[in-house]
Write a protein that binds this ligand. Structure first.
Ligand code: PLP
Length: 458
């Protein structure tokens, strides 16, 4: 008999979680203004709000923490991290930042100005936020296949080269500071970008003289999918694949809270000394001195180890198989999800799940709250509230997809937890016809409103 698959680690430390009753959850979610971001974590049984900064560090990372050098300038931890980034991604220059959006803030302060356009594949919300904050525009050039949830395509994060070239033709070079390729593409469902696409985007960008920046939060998961799905890569190691990926980038922003497997941190890395110098000015202003930029030495040390671990095949196989396991259980129950399942999360197609809720009442938001009420599971809306208002018209932007994302933290939950999630979702699925009304907004912030929005039941 063939041996079954099991995790590539064993557990050394545990953290208790607590179940609750439906009555308790009814009260808690009301007190939270029907916004799961406002719940206390001890009111949550299984927390799938995000895979960002929620992973479990390894014994090696924890021991590297003890060797952290907290010197203000020139800490050994900085050099450990620099070496790790150069080894994994190949960039000679890097700037630490406190997280991914800080990397965007610093880099875009140096490169993006009013009236610019930044083409890419479904820019992440903070990325888009930092572009629009500077009165520039993010232009989505993702392939159309990405917006059909049931359509099987191995690389739904790919950039449509025709769409991209149309942008490069329409605007002068001075108005396009960079092309952003998000690997994997978070906003379209954790979907990977193929090596061929990366290669072609870089060739096109070079023809127009535009630099390419990888938004790298889940670069290692992207490399895993290239190994598993793209011809010619099955025999290569993840580290070889990652190296080739970054040979098609001029720079990168990184939220280390994802594939860095740390709880806090980020960086910018680049080939150009000129961009490094420009960005350094803003880093000192916003983040901290060049050799720590918002990170403590111990955190830089943990990240240096994390980058090496996240680019190991066994780690990635365990992780992505768990996400797939949850996806497959949901598919067995007939629940409409984004396919194929992405790297870090399962995305449920809320418009096809709750067909009676009008989109003006925030379909995916409704489903997120139903799942919480059902079993204390916290997912997150990737829909109209996240898509925010159009900066000019101030009208709600209705995105192509209304989804709820169940993000799986790295090395945290077991497949028994996955089973609980799947059955809870099925229970909501079984009573979906009784759910026909949603929520209206009581308070919202002018930008990135989903984090703090307060809602009331209609
Ligand atoms: C998380 C994320 C960011 C922002 O990073 P933070 O660490 O949350 O600030 C940017 N881009 C992508 C693709 C991300 O997933």
């Amino acid at each position: 008999m063939e041996l079954p698959f099991a995790e590539s680690y064993k557990i050394k430390m545990v953290e208790p979680v607590r179940r609750s009753t439906r009555e308790e959850r009814e009260i808690w979610i009301k007190e939270a203004s029907y916004n799961v971001f406002k719940l206390r974590s001890d009111q949550v049984y299984i927390d799938l709000l995000t895979d960002s900064g929620t992973g479990a560090m390894s014994d090696r990372q924890w021991s590297a923490m003890m060797l952290g050098d907290e010197s203000y300038a020139g800490a050994t931890s900085y050099f450990n991290l620099k070496e790790s980034i150069t080894t994994v991604m190949g960039f000679p220059y890097f700037i630490p930042t406190h997280q991914g959006r800080a990397a965007e803030n610093v880099l875009f302060s140096a490169l993006v100005k009013e009236g610019d356009v930044v083409p890419g594949n479904s820019h992440f919300d903070t990325t888009k936020g930092h572009i629009e904050f500077r009165r520039a525009k993010a232009i989505d050039c993702t392939i159309d296949e990405a917006f059909h949830t049931e359509l099987i395509h191995p690389f739904k994060g790919n950039i449509d080269l025709n769409k991209l070239e149309a942008v490069l033709k329409q605007y002068p070079k001075e108005k396009i500071p960079m092309i952003i390729v998000t690997v994997t593409c978070n906003s379209s469902g954790g979907q990977p970008v193929s090596m061929q696409n990366l290669r072609e985007v870089k060739a096109l960008a070079d023809r127009y003289g535009i630099p390419v920046c990888f938004d790298s939060a889940r670069f290692a998961e992207n490399a895993y999918f290239i190994k598993m799905r793209e011809e010619g890569y099955a025999g290569k190691t993840i580290k070889e694949i990652v190296k080739e990926m970054y040979s098609y980038a001029d720079m990168a922003t990184m939220s280390a809270k994802k594939d860095g497997i740390v709880n806090m941190g980020g960086f910018i890395a680049m080939n150009s000394e000129e961009i490094f110098r420009k960005a350094t000015v803003f880093n000192i202003m916003f983040e901290g001195y060049i050799t720590y930029g918002g990170m403590s030495g111990r955190d830089m040390n943990a990240l240096a180890v994390g980058l090496m671990e996240s680019t190991e095949f066994d780690y990635l196989e365990t992780r992505i198989k768990q996400v797939e396991y949850l996806g497959n259980r949901l598919i067995e129950f007939g629940i409409p999800i984004q396919r194929p399942v992405g790297g870090h999360a399962v995305f449920i197609d809320a418009s096809r799940f709750l067909t009676k809720v009008p989109r003006e009442q925030f379909i995916a938001w409704v489903l997120t709250i139903e799942l919480y009420l059902e079993a204390g599971i916290r997912g997150v809306e990737i829909g109209t509230l996240l898509a925010d208002r159009d900066p000019e018209t101030r009208e709600n932007r209705y995105p192509a997809l209304e989804m709820i994302r169940l993000a799986i933290p790295r090395r945290v939950y077991t497949n028994n937890h996955m089973d609980v999630i799947a059955v809870a979702m099925k229970n909501v699925w079984d009573r979906r016809d009784q759910i026909s009304t949603g929520y209206r907004i009581r308070y919202e912030a002018p930008i990135m409103r989903h984090f703090t929005v307060e809602m009331e039941k209609i």
